[in-house]
Ligand binder design. Structure first.
Ligand SMILES: [Zn+2]
Length: 150
């Protein structure tokens, strides 16, 4: 079932396959490191946001139990590929990663990261999603260049 999450004027549609990916990388064992990647999907002009896929972690990412930094080149290749293959419909929507806590809250590093990505990103310059998977729930917010709506 697709979950619809409202953040400000936006409605974010999160399908079951996206939740499954978060569950696959859940840090439910002590040796499991943070994992993450980028969020891809499409946007309609009535502020509906459709997440269609999460990129899987790559061997080039830098991660440990309490931090995650994705590889920039791998993500950019995927963004370009999906963009051209969908004739510009599938775009980069934001960033996802896991936290080893029940109900995740973003760290200062996470907030700085999403603000930095917003400044650098030129395909979707309206907003970016920050999506964090925890042990029992997830966190999803939208950064519109001014506020982080959670
Ligand atoms: Zn984090």
């Amino acid at each position: 079932m697709t979950q619809i999450i409202e953040r400000g004027k936006y409605k974010v549609h999160v399908p079951e396959n996206v939740i499954s990916i978060l569950n696959m990388y859940k840090q439910d064992k002590n040796h499991k490191k943070e994992a993450g990647g980028i969020i891809l999907g499409s946007v309609s002009n009535d502020y509906n946001i459709y997440i269609s896929k999460l990129s899987l972690p790559s061997v080039f990412d830098k991660n440990n139990r309490y931090s995650f930094e994705r590889d920039k080149k791998v993500a950019q290749i995927l963004i370009n590929y999906e963009f051209h293959n969908s004739k510009g419909r599938t775009i980069y929507l934001g960033e996802w990663h896991t936290h080893p806590e029940k109900y995740p809250i973003p760290s200062k590093v996470d907030i700085d990261m999403i603000q930095e990505q917003y400044k650098e990103n030129h395909i979707n310059d309206e907003f970016l999603i920050l999506f964090i998977g925890g042990l029992e729930g997830f966190y999803l917010s939208i950064y519109d260049g001014h506020t982080l709506m959670s």
